[in-house]
Design a protein around this ligand. Structure first.
Ligand SMILES: [Zn+2]
Length: 504
């Protein structure tokens, strides 16, 4: 127990929430319990409150609070008393992976293409030569190398996390690697997706990945699943593999992968990244927790920024995906302690690695004692439902205008007022000729500046339409009745109207 209520407890703030703490990664708070500490935190930084608590003041389900390395749900929840050297850590669910487009492409690629087939786990002379440095380690040896050859791993995504996974697992001699992706290589992928090169821009990611893997290790069998993983195909695809490595960049796929892994009994080596932060764990092991034990519900749409909105340090997926690959290899070899039951938090700015304890939740809807999720559901719908009731407005419900509509109106010299709510540096990268720029974070304070526009038709845009939807909500609430959101943002403008506007 603390001797004085003036003692401070540090709360570690994750990157996605630091914009609400003035950029601070750690905040010192007063309080004898977690509840008091959190209340002091939101007192110091009121903008944090809606991200941590719902309207009834209940801690949101996609925000976990750890006291040292223990989830407070398994202590006394927010009544947990704080001692002298205790530290709190906020662990929100983060989406990344890292997409270059937040919109899904249509399924215009047919299904799977099995490339080759290797049934035997015997090692040839060439393989024995290749894996020498493995074979001389007793923890691997010939038996371990055979296990690697006999193993099959499915990579969800051939992007930032999928790159080191594919490169290292292929090099290590994993016998069969499946890759699910439906995207094509874009120039902006190259700062982190080292599977792909300049020559691959415009090619399908799975084909580019296959060629690169073949160049590393001709003994690997590669299955290409050029499709979007869905409730219809996930069980069939996943059940073909011993292990899944999830490099997903969005919540619907993350929950889909989790549930399909639990339902098929497939271990799921999970990672996610955002800006400078990463998380790694192993879900779906027998008696181990799953992603839903950690985060029963996804965050409301738009509340948690994606990498496409918030960015990601190019090296980070390399670091985090390599940790993921290490966990995969350890599981195949059966060596070491896996991250099952642990959540590894990586902060690359302070270069700190923190391991928290995860517990299997007996009430988990998918892996608990009485599961309510016994088959795959509609994950787009599941993730579109705001957590804890409609605590936040669903941004997708704001009135919208398409880029082609805006373009036509401009050509007819009937252009509405265009408000850009991105950050100024983004407007320097790409601009569609907005009349004014006010970053969404400053909009509420600067409404007086645009007071004269209250009866004007305003089209609000950002990069992809997420932040601008928030801005439209703010405008509508403040009497700007004719505010609409530009659907798809400047990215859609670049894709559909003017390709000289740079995509970033
Ligand atoms: Zn679970």
């Amino acid at each position: 127990m603390k001797t004085s209520e003036y003692e401070h407890t540090p709360i570690h703030i994750p990157a996605p929430l630091r914009s609400y703490t003035g950029g601070l990664a750690t905040v010192d708070v007063n309080g004898l319990s977690v509840a008091e500490a959190l209340s002091d935190l939101v007192h110091q930084f009121p903008a944090l409150e809606p991200h941590l608590f719902d309207e009834e003041g209940t801690l949101r389900a996609f925000v976990n609070i750890y006291c040292n390395d223990e989830d407070i749900r398994y202590l006394q929840s927010i009544a947990t008393k704080l001692g002298k050297d205790d530290e709190l850590t906020i662990v929100p669910s983060i989406a990344g992976g890292c997409p270059d487009s937040t919109t899904f492409r249509s399924k215009n690629h047919p299904g799977n293409a099995r490339i080759t087939s290797t049934e035997s786990a015997e090692l040839s002379r060439e393989e024995l030569r290749r894996y020498q440095r493995h074979l001389i380690m007793p923890e691997v040896g010939v038996q371990g190398q055979k296990k690697l050859k006999a193993a099959s791993v499915l990579l969800i995504g051939a992007g930032g996390l999928g790159s080191p996974l594919a490169l290292y697992l292929a090099a290590a001699g994993v016998g069969r690697i499946g890759i699910v992706d439906f995207d094509v290589v874009e120039e902006s992928n190259l700062h982190r997706q080292l599977l792909h090169g300049i020559k691959d821009i415009g090619r399908s990611k799975v084909e580019s990945a296959r060629d690169r893997i073949r160049d590393i290790n001709e003994f690997v069998t590669i299955d290409l699943h050029e499709t979007r993983l869905s409730s219809e195909n996930a069980l069939d695809i996943i059940s073909e593999y011993d292990l899944v490595a999830d490099g997903t960049d969005n919540f619907p796929t993350r929950y889909l992968v989790n549930d399909a892994c639990v339902l098929t009994g497939t271990p799921n080596v999970y990672a996610s990244i955002f800006r400078f932060d990463g998380q790694v764990s192993v879900f779906g092991m027998q008696d181990g927790p799953c992603y839903r034990c950690l985060y029963p519900e996804p965050p409301p749409a738009g509340l948690v920024p994606s990498c496409a909105e918030g960015g990601v340090l190019g090296i980070l997926p390399g670091l985090v995906g390599t940790l993921q690959a290490t966990e995969v290899v350890k599981l195949i070899l059966g060596i070491g302690d896996s991250l099952a039951g642990k959540l590894l938090l990586i902060d690359s700015l302070s270069m700190s690695f923190k391991k928290l304890t995860l517990r299997k939740d007996n009430n988990c809807p998918v892996c608990g004692d009485q599961p309510t999720v016994t088959s795959l559901v509609d994950y787009e719908e599941f993730c579109a439902i705001p957590a804890n009731g409609a605590a936040l407005q669903t941004d997708s419900l704001v009135p919208e205008m398409t880029v082609s509509e805006l373009n036509v109106r401009r050509n007819l010299h009937d252009a509405p007022f265009v408000l850009d709510v991105r950050k100024p540096f983004e407007a320097e990268i790409a601009d569609l000729g907005a009349d004014q720029l006010i970053p969404v974070e400053e909009l509420s304070e600067l409404l007086t500046e645009i007071h004269a526009l209250r009866d004007t038709e305003i089209v609000v845009h950002c990069k992809t339409g997420v932040r601008s939807a928030k801005a439209v909500n703010i405008l509508l609430e403040n009497g700007f009745a004719r505010a609409v959101n530009l659907k798809g943002g400047i990215r859609a403008w670049s894709e559909e109207i003017d390709e000289t506007v740079m995509k970033y």
